[in-house]
Design a binder for this molecule. Sequence first.
Ligand SMILES: [Zn+2]
Length: 232
Amino acid sequence: MSGSWVGPDGHWSNHGRPEARTALDEARRRGWWFRKATGHGFGTVRCQPPEAGPEACSVPIFSTSGASDGSDTAAAIRRAIRRCPHCAEPDEPTSAEDAGALVEKARNCVGLAELLLEAGDQARYAADYLLEAERFADEADRYLALAVEADEASEQAFAEAGALAVATGEDAGGGVSILIDAAVDAVEAASQRLKGERSAYALRLRGAIKGVREDAARLRARMDGANGGRKS
Ligand SMILES: [Zn+2]
């Protein structure tokens, strides 16, 4: 599981790239929260404390994807800050529809995690890695399109970060850990939402949640296998 969330006044890990560090400071000054990644990624930021619920905007932060000064990472953080609607007027949490959006987000995260693992495998086994990476980046674009359709800024940020990671051959393990954490967080939040819901839709969503949990467990096991003796 993932580590715990740290508030704007707590200790945030230092990002190795200057632009990313600056943008993280901006997020912190606006009251955002930080959680260190369990794998070798960097972590995640979100616009509200964890108890505020699943509507908070969140952005996965990678250690080494994108431009070497961290400007791509910084851009993703600033975009999320710009788009965040919560600081002005907090949302009223409700309904199975929210749970549906969360499950969709979880599925996208798991899908991207799988793509990152595939890309990692290709890096190990295929000579024509760049071609394969391109193919996976195209796939990631498809997820990005889905995320945009789902009309949630945080989903888009996840998808963009995933696409970036694939396109740049980011150390797959970090991205995968972050995405799996995000997927598990999302389905946990979704099942909280569904407590007491008895509609057919809620029943279907519970099935989907089970599927995401199984996928997450499978991907984690696969990642452990791929890491072999490597510490993560
Ligand atoms: Zn927000």
